[in-house]
Design a protein around this ligand. Sequence first.
Ligand code: SAH
Length: 327
Amino acid sequence: MLEKVIRELIEAEGPMRLDRYMALCVDHYYRTHDPFADFITAPEASQVFGELIGVWCVTAWRAMGSPAAFNLIELGPGNGTLMSDILRAAKPILPAAHIHLVESSPRLQEIQCGKLSATWHDSLSAVPEGPAILIANEFFDALPIRQFEQREGKWHERVMGLVQGNLQIGLVPTEFKGEGDLVEISPARQSVGAEIAARLSRHPGFALIIDYGHAKSAAGDTLQAVRAHKFVPITESPGVCDITSHVDFEALAGNFLNSAMLSQRDFLHAMGLEQRTAALVAKNPAQRDTLHRAMSRLADEAQMGKLFKVLAAGSPKLALPYPFTEP
Ligand code: SAH
């Protein structure tokens, strides 16, 4: 049980930073659980999501000068559904593409292995250098964060402690100073962002990062735990529920010299969500309602359309592919 391990660590070493708590929980969760029993991601909701990203990849490859060989990298591929849908729609680039999947969960690696022929890695730094297109959907939200809180003019870090034997969030003094009353930072996200940016500066390439979060940095607690499609306290059953937080896209975009962002709604509409859905309905009229529900789920503002952002980044001298405007 992860909970026992965490209790013992706190008893031995004192309160635990939230990024460590989150990393332990997320790692255990993906090693031991089927995440899609707890939440549904865009590629699991509709094949159209991955197909439109596949079309985007073809445009991106052409914008890179149609290299004869390049790395098609995905971070956190889950069930492998997104990459399968991308490949089906991106036929022109298949002969050139070397597929590299970055996945820390052996359990999910095995599921991906059943669907895809690729090379697997534990981290992006292990992926070979070269021209690349990198995709990450709902990967950054799972990377750990730290939280700082201002109380009576003094800054504290929020940490996981034990109060009468129960996991509880407490405060310890810190040197950190921020703006607002509660500030989240994610050194782990910044380091992956910086690694992607460094690769884009060394070789031609593009990255497409999709996640829920805010376009502008803002104060507030966004740490959340989900189990069986419901929010639960983050102290509940560590490693048994999915813990994430909203991605600060302004901070992430700060890593890139050449980037632009759209809402998921605007991105998918520009890529032809309605046309692709209509084509599928024409082939499968009995599936009409299901396909329309999936389209709403991906793009309606009250569903994933507005909260989810699509950040495109490119090598400094390359124009970002449609539908992202040039910097
Ligand atoms: N992209 C998929 C899955 C999202 S769930 C989809 O959209 O359906 C998050 C994925 O990231 C899982 O595959 C999980 O195992 C992986 N993951 C989480 N943290 C990771 C880390 N630090 N390193 C590598 N993979 C990680």
